[in-house]
Design a protein around this ligand. Structure first.
Ligand code: ZN
Length: 283
């Protein structure tokens, strides 16, 4: 498979993870998995287990509600410096908590999300407009002022067409906000193949600021601003992630029981050194 960012065929295998090859592009330095899921496989990857059974996904996604709403408000506040509140599309909206945060700051929100339970929860409990689908498959007539992909771009299996589609879904002067994990961060380098973001087949592309810019600028976007988000995490999610990592490691398996010592119901700060966001505008 050619590199999804620069389309070069020269690559090397960096390592194997969950039985998938993580390839390193020798031309642009992008890391990617050479796997394209079928629609059925997408259904399985983002089944309810992803959101509720721990492992590489979430222990119980709805516990993150207040935090994610705040995060939506935080981003809306940042973006309001560059544009007026208008219509926002959230790709990979899950239960719509981020969208709710944007709506609290005056935006009108629409979400798309592959998991049916999340779509129903978002519509019926959170009260936001969410449609079932993925960026690769959905057909929307409407155009938006802003499109957000928060921890979603790494999951997209058809990057070039998806970015084109995003471009076409934006109004003139529209903007796109992307938050993703940084493969060149200190955290990623320390953890190596055990870095949490290497979890194929859910994640397929592992960006740095440079490779994300390279991908997006090919589609007639230019950068407006970038930064590192403050992040907090519900301790139940942290527990599930840490336990999952420990159980994966032969030498550290015995420590997994110690995650019981982490309090089960509190918001804890989370180092976001390996996470970044960039705001782009449509040229
Ligand atoms: Zn490349």
């Amino acid at each position: 498979m050619n590199c999804p960012v620069c389309n070069n065929s020269k690559n090397e295998i960096r390592f194997l993870k969950n039985g998938y090859r993580i390839l390193h592009c020798l031309e642009c330095d992008h890391l990617f998995t050479d796997f394209v899921p079928t629609p059925n496989e997408v259904e399985q990857i983002y089944s309810d287990d992803y959101f509720f059974k721990g492992g590489a996904g979430y222990d119980d996604y709805t516990l993150e509600k207040d935090m994610l709403i705040k995060r939506g408000e935080y981003y809306a506040g940042k973006i309001n410096k560059f544009m007026r509140a208008g219509e926002v599309l959230d790709i990979g909206a899950a239960a719509g908590f981020l969208l709710k945060g944007f709506e609290n700051k005056g935006w009108k929100g629409t979400g798309i999300e592959p998991n049916n339970s999340m779509v129903e929860y978002g519509k019926n409990v959170v009260g936001v407009n969410i449609r079932k689908g993925t960026v690769e498959t959905i057909e929307l007539e409407h155009k938006f002022d802003l499109i957000i992909l928060v921890q979603v771009v790494a999951h997209i299996y058809d990057l070039q067409n998806s970015i084109d589609k995003i471009y076409n879904l934006l109004k003139p002067n529209g903007k796109v906000l992307i938050e993703t994990w940084d493969k060149d961060s200190i955290t990623a380098r320390i953890f190596g193949k055990n870095w949490h973001e290497y979890s194929p087949p859910s994640t397929l592309n592992y960006f740095s600021k440079k490779t994300l810019n390279q991908l997006i600028s090919q589609h007639n976007f230019s950068e407006v601003a970038h930064g590192t988000p403050k992040k907090s995490i519900h301790s139940k999610h942290a527990k599930s992630l840490i336990k999952h990592k420990l159980l994966e490691s032969k030498g550290l398996k015995w420590m997994a029981g110690m995650t019981a010592l982490i309090p089960g119901n509190m918001i804890i700060p989370y180092p976001s050194e390996d996470l970044f966001w960039t705001l782009y505008k449509k040229n």
